[in-house]
Design a protein around this ligand. Structure first.
Ligand code: KG4
Ligand code: ZN
Length: 353
């Protein structure tokens, strides 16, 4: 079964062809970073327009690289939420058009669920039950996956998502957008113990996360600093504070839920320090950690095709009148309230994802 996956929830135009839900035949990612970097964040309207320009050529390229034609496809999967509504709509409208014109089933996919399914592309299947940590530009959620596609929420961020915090701190440090990869790289040259930043909610007994205090502490440190700022030390110390809390809560979840597998998902799961520390501490407790390779952690069409294939095999179909849902939840009724907020009051209001 060949499924076309389309992802346009934020600033990556991702199109992929995946065979039988597992084999990556092609994975085209047209990123828009250059377009958004001068604003320091994603400008929703710019993203929507770029998706319009990039999507069709990306579909053609994905088919060419997979050595298939549109007529060979068996279904079209598309991200229907959560994300930026205008950006989502471009992908949803295109997917509907392809599905209708080719007389193929349409499968609407939850972006966060797709991130989790990126693990299938890497590891061949999704072990369940497992503790799942979805950590991206818009979300930080700790969940239990009870069975295929069935999630129970343990906790989530009460303010900034992890990727959002990486991007904001990178902006303060002058590292550009997106900030996560830049901080990850620079942190490797710094001392993670140089500055003692707060570890919010570390021992509060919940599975919730909070990063706004840490972000403010970094800002204060940078503004109040005398002499030359050791940017690498700030990056490393900030990253260590983020990762400490994440690893502690993930491993507590495995203990309290009696589970021995952790699945990482989302753009921030590409973070080298999170992967290294979690793997080390988990191994000491005989817990195994599965994560997609870094290039499959960030937004892509392959994870959408993969999640779509499994939904299709469960007999799911999405009607052609489906809309985009910017606030779609991974667990119905549980999640961060309200749409993604515009992050800066300046100009075109880029969002910190
Ligand atoms: O999943 P994703 O591609 O898009 C959303 O669904 O939001 O995640 C993007 C986020 C950005 O905030 C980016 O800075 C962050 O993931 N990110 C990282 C790394 N690579 C991407 N954060 C920390 N370390 C990384 N290596
Ligand atoms: Zn994402």
């Amino acid at each position: 079964m060949l499924v076309l996956g389309i992802e346009t929830s934020c600033d990556e135009t991702g199109v992929a062809v995946v065979e039988n839900g597992k084999a990556l035949r092609s994975n085209v990612i047209a990123d828009q970073q250059l377009l958004h970097s001068r604003f320091g964040g994603v400008v929703p309207e710019v993203a929507s327009r770029a998706h319009v320009d990039l999507l069709h050529p990306a579909v053609e390229q994905a088919c060419a690289e997979a050595a298939v034609t549109l007529a060979d496809l068996d279904a079209v999967a598309v991200t229907i939420g959560p994300g930026l509504v205008g950006a989502l709509l471009v992908g949803v409208a295109a997917a509907k058009a392809y599905a209708f014109a080719l007389d193929l089933p349409l499968i609407g996919v939850n972006h966060l669920v797709a991130h989790v399914y990126a693990n299938v592309l890497e590891h061949g299947s999704l072990p369940s039950p497992a503790v799942v940590f979805v950590v991206s530009g818009g979300h930080t959620s700790l969940l239990v996956m009870e069975g295929e596609g069935e999630f129970r929420m343990l906790g989530q961020t009460i303010d900034d998502a992890a990727g959002e915090a990486y991007d904001k701190v990178a902006r303060v440090l002058g590292l550009g957008y997106p900030g996560g990869p830049a901080i990850d790289r620079l942190a490797g040259e710094g001392d993670p113990a140089a500055i003692s930043f707060p570890r919010s909610l570390l021992d509060d007994g919940t599975y919730d996360f909070s990063l706004s205090g840490l972000k403010t502490a970094v800002l204060r440190h940078v503004r109040g600093h005398q002499g030359e700022l050791e940017v690498a030390d700030v990056a490393a110390s900030f990253q260590e504070a983020v990762v400490d809390v994440q690893v502690s809560k993930i491993l507590r979840a495995t203990r309290e839920e009696g589970l021995d597998t952790v699945l990482l998902a989302g753009g921030v799961a590409a973070n080298s320090r999170l992967r290294a520390k979690l793997e080390r501490d988990a191994a000491a407790r005989r817990v195994r950690v599965l994560a997609p390779s870094p290039r499959l952690c960030t937004d892509n069409g392959a994870m959408v095709a993969c999640a779509g294939t499994f939904a299709l095999e469960r007999g799911e179909r999405t009607p052609l009148d489906v809309g985009a849902d910017p606030n779609l939840r991974i667990v119905p009724g549980v999640g961060r309230r309200g749409p993604r907020r515009p992050k800066r009051g300046r100009g075109a209001a880029p969002v910190g994802r």
